[in-house]
Design a protein around this ligand. Structure first.
Ligand SMILES: [Fe+2]
Length: 251
């Protein structure tokens, strides 16, 4: 499994509080079957390029701490791919260092939408980000069902959508995600882990729920889509067969 959303780097954001917690999150992930984790610490560039530069320096330092610790440890750890979760702020597309926030060696960038009141300017900014050659992935689409009436605007921009594992673990929240899956509008899953207790590594549990509902055909698609992103390749939509047929194909 590939965990597409995580905050395990120590002291870069509200994720891991220290190196020990960081390593514990990685070990738990590995034991649950996660082979690769995309590191997506928060980046808030309200002050433009200066914030991006500052973020990149803090990320570099935290990442080297983690790498040094892993290299001198006999335990097994997932592979790490560097990225970040970029909050959508005005004029983001114009900041020269924005491409450095993409997922390592790709043009894909994980974007966090404002938490409420999406405006036309937000959609315009995302469009401008695509115009400079970047490929936005919208983080945790499951957080935004309150703004479902704006989903059509978002979907018209031809983006990728990521959901958090946690939302598959409760009956109420998973229903709406199933709607997205049935409409071929969900491409990537991540734990969005921040620690080992309240927001822990939980990707394997979500994969089990999803596989039980949609079959291995869809969990294979999620792994395939994550790999395509990391290879900087285009991601085809799932184009799932009707649910009854999926059951027939996978049972
Ligand atoms: Fe996050």
């Amino acid at each position: 499994m590939i965990d597409f959303h995580s905050h395990f780097l120590p002291k870069v954001d509200d994720g891991a509080k220290n190196l020990d917690e960081s390593l514990e999150m990685l070990r738990i992930s590995k034991k649950s079957g996660v082979d690769t984790i995309v590191s997506t610490s928060h980046c808030y560039a309200f002050s433009g390029n200066r914030d991006i530069q500052n973020f990149l320096e803090r990320r570099k330092s935290a990442y080297s701490q983690v790498l040094n610790a892993i290299e001198s440890d006999a335990e097994s750890y997932p592979d790490i791919v560097l990225g970040c979760e970029v909050h959508l702020v005005p004029n983001l597309s114009t900041f020269p260092n924005l491409p450095q926030l993409c997922i390592e060696n790709t043009n894909y960038i994980l974007l966090e939408m404002p938490s409420s009141d999406w405006k036309d300017e937000d959609f315009e900014e995302i469009y401008q980000i695509t115009k400079i050659g970047l490929m936005p992935v919208i983080a945790h689409i499951d957080r935004y069902f309150d703004m479902e009436d704006k989903f059509a605007d978002l979907f018209s921009l031809n983006l990728l959508f990521q959901a958090n594992a946690e939302s598959f673990l409760s009956r109420d929240s998973r229903r709406k995600l199933y709607g997205l899956i049935k409409n071929d509008a969900l491409h990537l899953i991540g734990s969005d882990m921040h620690n080992t207790d309240s927001r822990p590594p939980n990707l394997a549990k979500a994969y089990a729920v999803i596989e039980n509902k949609f079959g291995k055909i869809y969990t294979d698609y999620l792994s395939f889509a994550s790999q395509r992103v990391m290879n900087n390749e285009l991601v085809p939509t799932p184009r799932l067969p009707k649910l009854g047929l999926i059951k027939k194909l996978t049972l």
